[in-house]
Design a protein around this ligand. Sequence first.
Ligand SMILES: C[S@@+](CC[C@H](N)C(=O)[O-])C[C@H]1O[C@@H](n2cnc3c(N)ncnc32)[C@H](O)[C@@H]1O
Length: 343
Amino acid sequence: MSSSSVISTSDSSSSNEGTSTHTQAEMSHSPRGPPRQLCQCTKCVGQISQKSYVCAQHIQRFGRHRGLTPGASSSHVGSRMTPPPYVLSQGVLVAIGNALSQAFAVGIGTSHEANKPHHEARPCVPSVRQRSKAQRPSEGHARTIVEGRWGMCEFTCKCANIIQSWNPAVLGLLDSLPYDEEVVVWGRQWIVKTSTLGERHGYGVYACEDIIVEDSASCRREGPTLFPYGGPIYKRKHWNRILTQHPEWKTFALEMDTFAGSNRRHSDGRVIDGDPIRSGNIAGFMNSMVGTQPKRRANCEWVFVEGPPPAPYGQTYHEDHCLVIATRTIRSGDELFTHYEWN
Ligand SMILES: C[S@@+](CC[C@H](N)C(=O)[O-])C[C@H]1O[C@@H](n2cnc3c(N)ncnc32)[C@H](O)[C@@H]1O
């Protein structure tokens, strides 16, 4: 089993949403010559595939071209740019000068209104407030590929931004977990194998040693720490969004705020991404005692902890984390059960 990874990329070509002006400027580069300057106004940009398309405003600043004089038309007109003559007239030299200053202005992200001094030039990229939704660079182009239990899953747009990468090493976890083989996680031995719930419920986690809890009634939330949950924690509303792109992930949505006394709104309730492979995460194999027949008793529970994990594990990790804690004695060979909802 290979370890998993999250690859984030940005792919503007995969979206039909607005193309940034930088991209348009790049498109006007010719592989053979210096960059051709095309007008950045929306009408010209719409014609970018016509190599020499310029609008009347553009012509005003670049000088005279075949069949058109500066200011000849206030409408946007397509025209072929003529190559410069061998003997350059003064007008053409002025035009080249203007073109060069425009090239510089575009390069620093200012307007093609190069006649204005730089301190007066308006930015050619509209402010965030001015930009229409379609123009915003944003999430629209984000793309994340996650390699996990379901192979390669691609997430785009907002989902790509929501998906969090995770390095299991930060919590001292393995970067992959073998099935049917004992592994040592946080100093104890465990094995991941077919659940006592039956094959159709997949795997479960079993202790390979006794873990003694002296007084289970009084040790609530203070029993022996077993191992951490290692992986991203999402808000329910974000998780729901993820599922719109890859519904199969729902198998591993574990609701963390369903315990009595939780006062979080449902949409803000925390959901852990139970993909065990993705995060070297033994916790992702733990089954719930909810609805079991015959009824299983929970022998451990999830606890959210602020700050770093207990020494010597995950000492470089200082954020909130989630631990699995024993609530009663677990014998070698027992499957772990806790209380969580899934859907
Ligand atoms: C975190 S995984 C647990 C490991 C899972 N058995 C596996 O093989 O990957 C959670 C999933 O296990 C299944 N599961 C957990 N507890 C269950 C239970 N009490 N009854 C039926 N299915 C359960 C559900 O499909 C749930 O979405």
